[in-house]
Design a binder for this molecule. Sequence first.
Ligand SMILES: NC(=O)C1=CN([C@@H]2O[C@H](COP(=O)(O)OP(=O)(O)OC[C@H]3O[C@@H](n4cnc5c(N)ncnc54)[C@H](OP(=O)(O)O)[C@@H]3O)[C@@H](O)[C@H]2O)C=CC1
Ligand SMILES: Nc1nc(=O)c2c([nH]1)NC[C@@H]1CN(c3ccc(C(=O)N[C@@H](CCC(=O)O)C(=O)O)cc3)C=[N+]21
Length: 285
Amino acid sequence: MTAQIINGKELSAELKQEMKVEVEGLKQKGLTPHLTVVLVGDNPASKSYVKGKEKAAEITGISSSLIELPSSTSEDELLQLINELNDDKSVHGILVQLPLPDQIREQQVIEAIHPDKDVDGFHPSNIGKMMTGEDTFLPCTPFGIITMLKSKAIEMEGKHAVVIGRSNIVGKPVGQLLLNENATVTYCHSKTKNMKEIAANADILIAAIGKAHAITAEYVKEGAVVIDVGINRQPDGKLTGDVDFESVKEIASYITPVPKGVGPMTITMLLKNTIKAAKGLSGIE
Ligand SMILES: NC(=O)C1=CN([C@@H]2O[C@H](COP(=O)(O)OP(=O)(O)OC[C@H]3O[C@@H](n4cnc5c(N)ncnc54)[C@H](OP(=O)(O)O)[C@@H]3O)[C@@H](O)[C@H]2O)C=CC1
Ligand SMILES: Nc1nc(=O)c2c([nH]1)NC[C@@H]1CN(c3ccc(C(=O)N[C@@H](CCC(=O)O)C(=O)O)cc3)C=[N+]21
């Protein structure tokens, strides 16, 4: 079998066109969704993602602003800024780019963002709502993955989904969303024993580890759906995923590439959440 590729870049382009129409409608009612991105320090990868977010916002007509702070910024200074953005009626979504410099505790910052402006879906109150299945901001990468699966009408109910990785921003929430879709979910992580056997039993395999080409064909069952979340910068400057695309595409039924896979969908879901925040805060539909 040669896998069908789920192209996240193309799907994102379609979704952005739909959002553009919705944003035009909101603008006519006097509402322009606004996203504020906060970038602390000068991590080159972060800078490149932030650029991607600004470009995508522009395409949909969402307005965005970037606040850049030096890497020496203290936690108090950042918390003060977040308080101001929480109170600023013209700001609907707040995103603080992670990772943050060592002197700033990430969890303090995440919890300072008002849950109604938390377009990343990282605030504990929104995570709690996701777990109980209430309407809330879903974390962008997991939300993007579920949207990709649904775009191909891939059945999740009753399927064995194996998630490799358990970070708060990707692994844990993607497993929760798959559970909400009635999949049977297994998590693997660095302490997991016989990961190969577990992975090779998956109908849907999600790789979110951060290790280039770690998931080879031996980890994949014939006909499985393989979602590659990894973004690894190679010495030659190219991006590659956690999945060994060339060998795995021969046995999977569906596979996502890197680049042009989950990455663009993450940004698109961020814009979707920004529109949701703007509507929620303004009461305009
Ligand atoms: N496409 C996108 O939009 C996004 C892509 N990413 C990319 O996804 C990848 C994962 O990101 P993130 O979740 O933030 O990363 P983290 O480093 O926070 O988490 C990695 C997870 O993988 C587990 N792990 C590491 N090595 C192994 C191994 N050899 N076998 C099994 N499990 C392992 C870790 O286990 P343990 O918990 O035991 O340490 C941990 O749970 C990265 O490449 C990142 O760049 C991230 C966000 C968005
Ligand atoms: N608060 C916060 N929210 C995040 O959502 C967040 C974050 N911090 N920190 C870092 C990770 C990573 N992340 C990506 C976004 C887009 C691409 C993306 O668009 N990738 C393109 C390639 C881009 C390129 O060429 O550099 C692709 O895969 O095709 C990748 C990764 C969001 N993250």
